[in-house]
Design a protein around this ligand. Sequence first.
Ligand SMILES: Cc1ncc(COP(=O)(O)O)c(C=O)c1O
Length: 488
Amino acid sequence: MTTVDGRRSTPIVDAEIATFERAYPAYAETHVLDELRTREYGRLDAQGHVYLDYAGGGLYGGSQVREHVDQLSAHVFGNPHSDNPTSAAATALVEEARAAVLSYFGAAPDEYTVIFTANATAALKLVGESYPFTPSGSLLLSADNHNSVNGIREFARARGAATSYVALTAPDLRVDEGQLIGLLDRAGGGDGRLFAYPAQSNFTGVQHPLSWIEVAHARGWDVLLDAAAFAPTNRLDLSRFHPDFVPLSFYKMFGYPTGIGCLIVRRSALAKLRRPWFAGGAVVVATVGGDAYHLAGGEAGFEDGTVNYLGLPAVTIGLRFLSAIGIDAVHERVRCLTGWLLDSLGALCHRAGDRLVRFYGPRTTEQRGGTVAFSVINPLGRAVDLRVIEPLAAASNISLRAGCFCNPGAAEAAFSVAPDVLVNVYKEPELLPLDLLVARLGMEGGGAVRVSLGAVSNVADVRACVQFVQSFLDTVPDESNLPPRQHC
Ligand SMILES: Cc1ncc(COP(=O)(O)O)c(C=O)c1O
């Protein structure tokens, strides 16, 4: 028999789940999400998917897509850059989406505005290329950052600003707050100081304190809070916390649409940005003969070309969908399931007593989200190669991630790669073949396995994950004929 939450009912399974529900009683209050899964996400179970990559992309409910199609089918929308009726109708929807984003995040319209972009990366690039870095200024990054944040250092350097990283400390791979405050203090009073960190790590699931925003503000820094991995399963309340720049991608929050993200930006911080160019849509006027241009004010000056005006209504729909589910219920469910996943994987031991799983990141649900990174360790004490794990997961219809997840700082800390090794390896003029690179860095297995939970994860997903990992107990997989690595 299959129950409402998709698990097969047997005495052993029932006992396991009863233990889980005793350990995480709050889970019982989230059963509305099981009903939601049946109603909106039937395709997952109908096709036997075990989806464990919510950090890669959220999943959309069927009604989100239907509502969007109905809206497009019922109306005529033109390019918003003019005043004709179809254009005005599109403009109204774009502005509705902008207001919906502000309202969802509790951002006061006189304090914040929203710039629509293609994704979080494009939002980050807008900040990087426009932030007033100067030789007396600084960029401070947590070592735990997505590459789309790390890349800002190239803009900072090009304009002579000092760039530095605050390191991660083992075993939880959190930032040492003392070191952070020391670095925030050390920069002195130069112009243009930006501190950038993720509210949640896309590698380890660590949630870095939002209280750092005010700590940095008090020392004269602007703060970029990368919310791409945090927003899908946590409440970000911008009436309580006041970061200057908040990039995110909507597909991570509610699956659909792809191709739209935004930069939620404090108006005071927006006023500091200096665009390096102008484009159609972003100017009030530009001349060829007069060699001049005037950027549009506010967010319009940062939205190059035509915004995705047919996609934006789906953002409004998605935000309404997520609000109706309730982000707090999602958060609680993900917390409970993550705790169970950590407990279950952490309890797996080979016959000789050695642990099967080595985690990268916190072992408890304290200040962490639903992203769990780990290596599977064989009975000889070596990490199983990702090229063994990935195809086996795929064969079980499990969608998980393997590698470094565009977060090299967290990966280097997870695998304890020494700074001098990194400097030597990257001194080579040519990029080494990835197999050689991974070997030189000492990244056993080629990186980590990443499992991430989201809005409609259920006990069956976690059980399937644990069963899959369990299949490596007391076996040494054959790693003799693996294909060359495609990524690390
Ligand atoms: C923390 C974080 N920041 C930024 C990004 C970049 O998002 P996108 O690829 O949608 O631009 C990601 C994507 O995984 C992420 O996890």
